[in-house]
Design a protein around this ligand. Structure first.
Ligand code: NAD
Length: 336
């Protein structure tokens, strides 16, 4: 009895703490703890909920995506929900993910994966109708995001119209808006000189720069976009690719910028090798990443696997160890 009460109390405290951190991170773009600390609390919550499924509530942070859309923006309802990703924190957890998928599909063969750097920015949905950019939105809570169309239009590498003519009549492109490392350093330098707030990391700088009511501020910030998937697709085209990696190529042909380091892997050993390779290249990349995303490449298999409450079953993000982020946040705290 006492133990049950303690667990309930513990859950309540964990949820309240995580909700507060979510608010600071997603709504204010101003986290007060490093991601590693947040991830530790989230794993603690998941472990307890896993042992006590009867105590899982629909509004637990484990069941929700991101944070609420700011009311200052008009709201956009996502016709296809924008979800988060499950995490793996080492090679063993990635291996266990691959095994789970094989078991679920009843296929004991090497699976094909799309492998992509996990860009450390914020997820954005861009809608093209008849090839013209008509709307852009943040992920928000996954169901409702903020309308940031005019801000996204100012991002240098986002096409306002698609190339060619063989594209779906309505195409929702999803990807990450991020701030390259060099631009981030320059921005923080000029913010500091002007006595303004410095940003904890490129992710918060990107989010803070994009979620501005005045698009001129977004336009003045060094933001870039890489597309990494399609959301809503309506209307026939000659041949829609049936693998995720080929769809990325299709997006590229229509003029959307794609991360050049994205690749494919056959089986889990090649995934481990890709993770190691990207880890080595990380410091040389012009943009910040916090891990690698592995996605089952076949769209048919993705559809078979489906989703759980806040993430697809067919993808996982393997994160890098978080020491560096902790140093960054502490540096900023000492500066201000
Ligand atoms: P996530 O960042 O772990 O993963 C999902 C996101 O990855 C997507 O929404 C997308 O934006 C991004 N992404 C980047 N590259 C991608 C690619 N190639 N394909 C698909 N998606 C890609 O999940 P989240 O729900 O956005 O955030 C959770 C994470 O945010 C936590 O693990 C933590 O690190 C951080 N966080 C920190 C705090 C804090 O207080 N420090 C609070 C909340 C969240």
């Amino acid at each position: 009895m006492t133990q049950a009460v303690n667990i309930k109390e513990q859950l309540q405290q964990l949820r309240a703490q995580i909700n507060e951190y979510n608010y600071q991170y997603y709504v204010l773009d101003d986290p007060s703890v490093p991601d590693a600390e947040y991830d530790r609390l989230m794993r603690e919550l998941l472990a307890i909920e896993n042992d006590h499924p009867e105590l899982v509530e629909h509004d637990s942070p484990s069941q929700k995506v991101g944070g609420e859309a700011l009311r200052a923006f008009t709201q956009v309802e996502h016709q296809v929900p924008m979800l988060s990703l499950d995490n793996a924190f080492d090679d063993e957890e990635l291996k266990a993910f691959d095994k789970r998928i094989q078991d679920r599909l009843n296929q004991q063969v090497s699976l094909d994966y799309s492998c992509e750097p996990k860009l450390d920015g914020l997820a954005v949905s861009i809608l093209y109708e008849q090839g013209q950019l008509v709307q852009a939105a943040t992920r928000g809570d996954g169901r409702v995001g903020e309308n940031i169309t005019n801000n996204v239009k100012t991002i240098a590498n986002v096409p306002l119209s698609l190339r060619g003519n063989d594209f779906p009549a309505r195409l929702e492109v999803r990807g990450e808006v991020f701030m390259p490392k060099q631009g981030f350093e320059q921005l923080n330098l000029s913010q500091k000189e002007a006595g303004k707030k410095v940003f904890a990391n490129p992710r918060n700088a990107a989010a803070g720069s994009l979620r501005q009511l005045d698009p001129k501020i977004s336009a003045s910030r060094p933001l870039l976009f890489y597309a990494y998937s399609m959301g809503l697709v309506e209307g026939e085209i000659t041949a829609m690719a049936n693998s995720h990696s080929q769809r990325l190529m299709q997006l590229s042909e229509w003029g959307l910028p794609i991360c050049k380091e994205a690749s494919t892997a056959k089986g889990i050993d090649e995934c481990h090798a890709y993770f190691a390779k990207i880890g080595e290249a990380r410091s040389q990349l012009s943009y910040e990443i916090d891990g690698v995303v592995f996605k089952i490449d076949s769209i048919d298999l993705q559809n078979q696997l489906g989703f759980v409450s806040r993430a697809p079953r067919w993808a996982i993000a393997q994160k890098f160890p978080a020491q560096e982020q902790m140093t960054q946040l502490l540096d900023v705290e000492f500066q201000v």
